[in-house]
Design a protein around this ligand. Structure first.
Ligand code: HEM
Ligand code: HEM
Length: 187
């Protein structure tokens, strides 16, 4: 039996949609397991929280020098621990999430921004710990925390753009499924 052209077109579109590896709304590798997502957010919160805490203490006038140094040192102990955890998280995100996102061209601009900022944070963080002299400490410290503060809105934008992209693609996929459904059940 010869099927109408419209039905054949719908079939072809449906086949393309589900065979298409470019549709990340059906790609589980882009999404994190809830536990992994919570761990990542907690690590970032600790990283940013201790960095911001250091800034608050450093520029506050309420403390004498001894108290300020003690608080800064405590905050940096937690900051360093969070930074190590973040390095593991970045490695894990690179292995699947970021490479997959680049390959399927989803959320690329903000994703590359996230990676570029993390690279700057790692380089300036390393410099702060191992390389700085009395002369270079202040500019490198400022570069580090300015990038750190800017990282927060960029990361939130990355999540929002990623989520919106998934919804739009998901809707598109569902629409095609709905259109195709009457025909497939008639077979
Ligand atoms: C070039 C690099 C990257 C690209 C192209 C990219 C792409 C994406 C895409 C497409 C989504 C939406 C996934 C979905 O919900 O369907 C997303 C979400 C997300 N991205 Fe990225 N990403 C990159 C790098 C990173 C990095 C380095 C991190 C963290 C260190 C990260 C953290 C996240 C998180 C936490 C989500 C939310 C995932 C979820 O809701 O389960 N991304 N990204
Ligand atoms: C992957 C991300 C990051 C890494 C690897 C990292 C690493 C480091 C390291 C190694 C230090 C030096 C610690 C010490 O001297 O004992 C440092 C200091 C600092 N970091 Fe981060 N950091 C990161 C993200 C952030 C973020 C998001 C902020 C946000 C505000 C931030 C703010 C600071 C501040 C204020 C200091 C103190 C600067 C100083 O001693 O003059 N960092 N960081």
């Amino acid at each position: 039996m010869i099927r109408p052209a419209a039905a054949r077109r719908l079939d072809a579109e449906r086949a393309r949609t589900f065979a298409d590896s470019n549709d990340a709304s059906v790609d589980p590798r882009m999404r994190l397991k809830p536990a992994a997502r919570r761990m990542l957010y907690a690590t970032i919160a600790l990283l940013v929280g201790t960095g911001a805490g250091w800034l608050a203490v450093h520029y506050a006038t309420a403390f004498d020098d001894l108290r300020r140094l003690a608080l800064e040192s405590l905050l940096l102990k937690f900051h360093g621990a969070a930074a190590f955890a973040m390095l593991i998280a970045v490695g894990a995100m690179w292995a699947h999430h970021a490479r997959r996102g680049l390959a399927i061209a989803r959320n690329r601009i903000s994703g590359i921004g996230v990676i570029a900022m993390l690279a700057l944070l790692i380089i300036t963080g390393y410099a702060l710990y191992y390389l700085v002299t009395d002369l270079t400490h202040t500019p490198i410290s400022m570069a580090h925390w300015l990038v750190g503060v800017a990282f927060v809105p960029l990361f939130i934008a990355h999540l929002m753009i990623g989520r919106r992209g998934r919804t739009v693609r998901g809707r598109h996929t569902r629409r095609i499924k709905r259109k195709a459904a009457p025909h497939s059940s008639a077979r």
